[in-house]
Design a protein around this ligand. Structure first.
Ligand code: P1T
Length: 380
């Protein structure tokens, strides 16, 4: 039943890979807290040998994630960065990456500080500019790496267009789907080859687990990543897999609430005198609004805004009470942060540097009136 492809998203989120456990009938997938498995004879095991190589809780999560992204394969990792790093192990010296110009600071750091040492080159490009993207792709390009909506400026990249450019160049189109989640956006159906997630965020949804995943369509790429998952070993523990799996069950209802609340807050901020600019793809004035309306089922729970001065931005971050001042996003509780000094500090001085007056909100699922009152008092 769990692998039925005709089931709708909400049903798959609860059933895909999540059969009742056969011994006692537990309806919740158990946390297989073990590092190794009994073998009945040398080389004769019951499906699992060693927990870096495989764990049934992890298998359940991988099956569920593949089903939700509409792909045949998914592999889980210890964090979003572990997933990204494992994917990038596929590259060789001399290979080239086209990287979106507004991505998570850690992704930029991985390419600029780690991969650069392996002689993997990259160019930072505004992927909303398709001509610029076509020009940036060259013979050695193996990957076009795109985030959409982007972190932290919520730019919208047209996945189908970027996937077509990558395909023509013989490169993989990788989409970081962390901000949208598979409920709002299905990159594989739009032509992406690989989807990456920080499952620390909306997939887990409760700010209590760290994880990442890679979703793929090509069986050969999957085989190579499966080998690397074990060989490099950046695997998640069973408890974190359980927590993300539990989070998936409510992803649809949570995302609906995140979208609703974020839309209200974006409207509220738009008319505030201390706010110079609001970044939210749900606003008709957002340059990516039309593309977002087509490729997303909702506009997501992230809102960024630029205040009139840096001092106001720092002040607001310190004055909210319901919005916790913290890095990360995608949990049920609202968070506020200052990208320039927090999540995107590692891009200072690079083409990805963000305005010091920028504030980023991860809008939770509290009552929207409480959230707006909190922001109103913090903005003063
Ligand atoms: O934190 P980790 O699980 O390793 O995921 C990295 C990552 C990858 N991709 C995107 C789009 C992300 O936003 C992140 C992590 N981001 C934050 C911690 C943040 O506050 O933006």
């Amino acid at each position: 039943m769990s692998d039925r492809e005709d089931l709708r998203f909400e049903t798959k989120a609860i059933h895909a890979g999540q059969e009742p456990e056969p011994t006692y009938g537990a309806v919740s997938v158990p946390i297989y807290q073990t590092s190794t498995y009994l073998q009945d004879a040398v080389g004769k095991h019951r499906g699992y040998e060693y927990a870096r190589t495989g764990n049934p809780t992890r298998t359940a999560l991988e099956t569920a994630l593949a089903a939700l992204e509409g792909a045949p394969h998914a592999l889980c990792f210890a964090s979003g960065m572990a997933a990204e790093a494992t994917f990038l192990y596929l590259l060789r010296p001399g290979d080239h990456v086209v990287l979106g110009d507004d991505v998570y600071g850690g992704t930029y750091r991985l390419l600029s500080k780690v991969l650069a040492g392996w002689n993997v080159e990259f160019d930072v490009v505004d992927l909303t500019d398709l001509d610029a993207t076509r020009k940036a792709v060259r013979e050695e390009t193996r990957v076009v790496w795109c985030e959409t909506p982007t972190n932290p400026l919520l730019k919208i990249v047209d996945i189908a267009e970027i996937a077509a450019i990558a395909r023509e160049a013989g490169a993989w189109c990788v989409v970081d789907n962390t901000f949208a989640s598979p409920y709002l956006q299905q990159p594989i159906a739009l032509g992406a080859d690989v989807v990456v997630h920080s499952s620390t965020k909306y997939l887990g949804g409760h700010s209590d687990a760290v994880g990442g995943c890679l979703v793929t369509t090509d069986p050969e790429v999957h085989e190579r990543l499966l080998f690397l998952q074990n060989a490099a070993g950046a695997v998640p523990g069973p408890m974190d897999c359980f927590l993300v799996l539990r989070g998936l069950k409510t992803l649809a209802v949570r995302m609906d609430a995140h979208c609703r609340n974020a839309g209200r807050i974006a409207e509220f901020l738009k008319s505030h005198e201390k706010v110079r600019k609001v970044y939210y793809p749900g606003l008709p004035s957002h340059p990516g609004h039309e593309t977002a309306s087509q490729q997303m089922m909702g506009f997501g729970g992230m809102v960024s805004f630029e205040t009139v001065t840096e001092a106001i931005a720092l002040d607001v971050c310190g004055r909210t009470k319901l919005f916790f001042l913290a890095e990360s996003l995608g949990g049920v509780e609202s968070l506020i942060e200052h990208p320039g000094r927090m999540t995107h500090m590692s891009v200072a001085g690079s083409p990805l540097e963000v305005s010091p007056a920028l504030v980023r909100l991860s809008v939770g699922i509290e009552h929207p009136d409480d959230l707006m009152e909190d922001l109103a008092q913090a903005l003063g």
